[in-house]
Design a protein around this ligand. Structure first.
Ligand SMILES: CCOC(C)=O
Length: 347
């Protein structure tokens, strides 16, 4: 059994059992546990909490490594920062670690609103927190950030969705379908009954190649950014970064997250009316797409942002594209910190 989802690799995290989680599509996850990492101290008024949900394939580790630190906008000296691993990412309850009844391919279909309800339960019942200074997340973390702001508008003072939208686009849905098919078309996937993820290496390699095409921009390769990151050429970058990055991950975990990603849609809170959903948002919101993102585009983000009352569009300039989220572009990360520091000013 691979220990990829271990504290040795992902750093310290706590498992908090939030009890039973009733799911949007029906059914329940009993004894639902969330893996969280916290930094800083909750003040006596419980008024300095920041929540960071995680993105597809990511865990709390990358959020700590690339986004949090003294002197950064997300400064543990000032704030109590809770990074919560999304359901299905291998640290929180997931196909790879769930009890037999829902283990592997038996894991239920999860939606973004299920993650947000689980996180809400965690904050209210475990931390006795009733308001968040900020919810900030990238990609699927942005989808959860939007869901938080619509579903619990009085709970969220500020929101910073990075490189993500409130309702997933049709184009994005199909892109994610190709990622899913890359894995499930590998005969070793055996409809989810594989012994261990290593066996599904062909599917995971195809999946990594698609991420190479859409996760980085054409400009990223034209400007030889992969070479400045230490790789000889695009083939070396695929073989020695993109494939190894995904190769340890459990395919059913990735598919659980991909299903959720595809169906992110805050208008599920308002019988399909996206405009009225966006108008429910009270949080001061900075919608922050990455300029060269190939599938959560600036145009898609702008189309939503202009309907959010107390919001601004703050474009993060980077030719790295979507996976600039990994912190590969230091100038983009500096720009992000400036935006977040501005957003966190007293309101
Ligand atoms: C790498 C993060 O991508 C998503 C869709 O969460």
């Amino acid at each position: 059994m691979s220990n990829y989802y271990s504290q040795e690799i992902h750093g310290p995290y706590q498992l908090i059992n939030i009890g039973n989680l009733n799911l949007y599509e029906g059914g329940v996850i009993e004894e639902c546990f969330l893996a969280i990492s916290t930094f800083g101290k909750l003040n006596s008024e419980k008024s300095n909490a920041i929540l960071i949900p995680t993105w597809y394939s990511g865990t709390s580790k990358i959020m700590l490594d690339a986004y949090i630190g003294e002197g950064r906008a997300l400064d543990p000296d000032k704030y109590f920062i809770i990074i919560v691993n999304q359901i299905g990412n291998g640290l929180s309850i997931s196909p790879s670690n769930a009890p037999e009844k829902i283990h592997g391919k038996k894991f239920p279909k999860i939606r973004i609103c299920d993650d947000v309800d689980a996180q809400h339960k965690l904050l209210k019942e475990h931390f006795k927190i009733n308001q968040l200074e900020l919810v900030v997340g990238g990609s699927m973390g942005a989808q959860q950030t939007f869901e938080w702001s619509v579903r619990y508008p009085d709970f969220v003072k500020r929101a910073a969705p990075i490189a993500g939208t409130a309702k997933n686009s049709e184009h994005d849905f199909v892109f994610t379908d190709t990622l899913i098919e890359a894995i499930t078309s590998d005969p070793a996937y055996q409809s989810g009954d594989y012994e261990n993820s290593k066996q599904v290496s062909i599917g995971l390699e195809r999946h990594a190649k698609l991420w190479t095409v859409m996760g980085w921009s054409t400009e990223f390769f034209r400007a030889a950014r992969h070479q400045s990151l230490g790789f000889k050429d695009i083939h070396d970058f695929i073989a020695n970064f993109m494939i190894p990055y995904f190769s340890e991950m459990d395919p059913n975990n990735l598919l659980t997250m991909a299903y959720k990603w595809q169906r992110a849609d805050v208008s599920l809170n308002t019988e399909g009316d996206l405009l009225s959903a966006l108008r429910k948002i009270k949080a001061k919101t900075y919608v922050m797409p990455i300029s060269h993102d190939m599938f959560f585009t600036c145009q898609d983000c702008l189309a939503e942002q202009k309907s959010i009352k107390n919001s601004q569009l703050k474009v993060l300039d980077s030719i790295d594209g979507h996976l600039g989220l990994f912190g590969t572009d230091s100038k983009m990360m500096e720009q992000l910190d400036l935006y977040l520091k501005d957003l966190l000013l007293e309101i």
